[in-house]
Design a protein around this ligand. Structure first.
Ligand SMILES: [Zn+2]
Length: 490
């Protein structure tokens, strides 16, 4: 007791000491709670010495300055990257433990030869019952077989397409059965024929989203390329004929058709009940573009507005507001050909018709600044009925800028065939959607034996390891992801 300051009673020290201990305990408790709240991961994986030890090795062995580590191992970072539910589930994974447990990773020599031998193997990427990413169900590719063809046959794809996504291959089925609806619109309006009210157009777009439809371009359909469509969704093709007034309508001073375009800093503004505006609001974009085709004809001013310019007369070349719209549509939507003079193919005769198509294509290219990038298909004015061998020969031989037409659309009220069993690609069925046929069109959609897309993502590697998250590969939660281990490759 010699150190006790004079004049201070003993109980003061005791109380002081007691408070110190209490405060320290409270401090510890708070600290522990904070740690626990912030890091359930650390708390959970801590008890496993295995995880702690083996964690650095597989990740460190990564040749790339590891996006893997950032994505999987550390949960807060992964949570940011993970809007997809699948990726979100993957995030909290004490991946290291999982990875180390797999025999391939435990291999002392991480050489691909030692790990996988000379076999080419597909590993199914999946989540185990703890929600951790794992590679399971090895699928060995028989010697000498093309791995993608082998996987396609294993998946039951009769016809398929292999495309290269941003970080993975996409194997998509080219369906040989089922139907693909192709919807044809004309204008927004209240007339019974060839017009659809803006309310119905909006309602239709909301219905498509809710009911699992996915808008593909006319060209994607003709190629049988459904690689952008998540597994389980139903491809649908949409477009509008004629280049009518409110396909795309800009705000003007005075008269809608002749008035001058109102200038805004960001460029012209669209009227809110025009087709392009409604699509901008309600239709999804795919890589910056809405898969909806405007098939333009030149029997009148395309989209009808003159923007204050003098009318140059048929075939309406050199109108600057038309140029503005064509360029905008070529960048944000898709353009198609609906002929120059809008006459029925068999009234014109096939030679004159083919010439007419080529001239329309040329004017579209001119308006787009040399070449309209998105033009790939034709919609017959008034439909076509039967496509004769002569029509087929003429149209399939037409080309501009080294590009051929991929196909042509009729207007016969039926659903189109599946892309793997297309039949005549210059005679594709379409359904006319207007106020008169509204109920018919909706019933067609509801009762269609719609094709459902199926696709797999394949990430290639020279050794067995987990791919970046499915979300980063571009896969939807419904898509199957595979790791293709090709010794010496990848
Ligand atoms: Zn037409």
């Amino acid at each position: 007791m010699s150190g006790r300051p004079a004049g201070r009673p003993f109980w003061v020290l005791v109380v002081w000491y007691d408070n110190l201990v209490k405060h320290f305990l409270v401090f510890l408790a708070v600290l522990g709670t904070v740690f626990y709240a912030l890091s359930p991961l650390a708390a959970e994986s801590a008890p496993s010495p295995l995880a702690a030890e083996s964690a650095p090795s597989p990740l460190a062995a990564e040749p790339v300055p590891s996006p893997l580590a950032a994505e999987y191992a550390v949960s807060p970072a992964a949570a940011e990257y993970a809007p997809s539910p699948l990726a979100a589930k993957t995030a909290p994974s004490p991946l290291a433990a999982e990875y180390a447990a797999s025999p391939a990773a435990a291999e002392p020599a991480p050489s691909p030869l030692a790990a996988g031998g000379q076999k080419t193997v597909f590993w199914r990427y999946t989540l185990n019952r703890h929600g951790n990413a794992v590679l399971t169900d090895p699928l060995e590719v028989p010697e000498g077989e093309d791995p993608f063809a082998f996987l396609a046959s294993q998946r039951g794809f009769d016809k398929w397409l292999l495309s290269r996504g941003k970080k993975a291959f996409i194997l998509s089925e080219k369906a040989v059965s089922g139907e693909v609806p192709v919807l044809c619109f004309h204008k927004i309006g209240r007339q019974e024929r060839f017009a659809l009210t803006p309310e119905r157009f909006r309602r239709l777009l909301r219905y498509l989203k809710k009911d699992g439809w996915y808008m593909v371009s006319d060209y994607q359909y003709l190629q049988g390329d459904f690689s952008r469509v998540p597994t389980g969704l139903k491809p649908i093709v949409m477009g509008a004929d004629d280049g009518g007034h409110n396909n795309i309508e800009y705000q003007v001073y005075g008269d809608s058709l002749t008035g001058r375009i109102r200038p805004f800093a960001e460029g012209p503004r669209m009227e809110r009940n025009c087709m392009a505006y409604i699509l901008e609001k309600l239709a999804p974009r795919e890589e910056g573009r809405i898969n909806f085709t405007f098939y333009v004809s030149f029997d009148a001013i395309p989209f009808r507005q003159l923007g204050g310019q003098r009318n140059p007369g048929f075939p309406y070349r050199g109108i600057s507001v038309v140029e503005q719209k064509i360029r905008y549509l070529d960048e944000n939507f898709i353009l198609g050909i609906h002929s120059l003079s809008h006459e029925y193919v068999y009234s014109m005769g096939i030679d004159a018709f083919a010439e007419d198509i080529l001239r329309a294509w040329e004017i579209l290219d001119d308006y787009a600044g040399g070449r309209a990038e998105t033009v790939r298909a034709l919609a017959f004015p008034y439909g076509v009925g039967e496509v004769t061998a002569d029509v087929y020969r003429k149209l399939s031989a037409l080309s501009r800028n080294g590009r051929f037409l991929a196909g042509a659309f009729d207007l016969d009220g039926g659903c189109a065939r599946p892309p793997g069993n297309l039949g005549n690609r210059f005679d594709v069925s379409r359904i006319n959607v207007d106020n008169e046929h509204w109920n018919y069109a909706m019933a067609m959609l509801e009762n269609a034996d719609a094709v459902k897309a199926r696709r797999d993502f394949i990430w290639e590697s020279s050794s067995k390891r987990l791919p970046p998250s499915p979300y980063r590969l571009g896969a939807a939660p419904s898509d199957q992801v595979w790791v293709l281990v090709r010794p010496g490759g990848g």
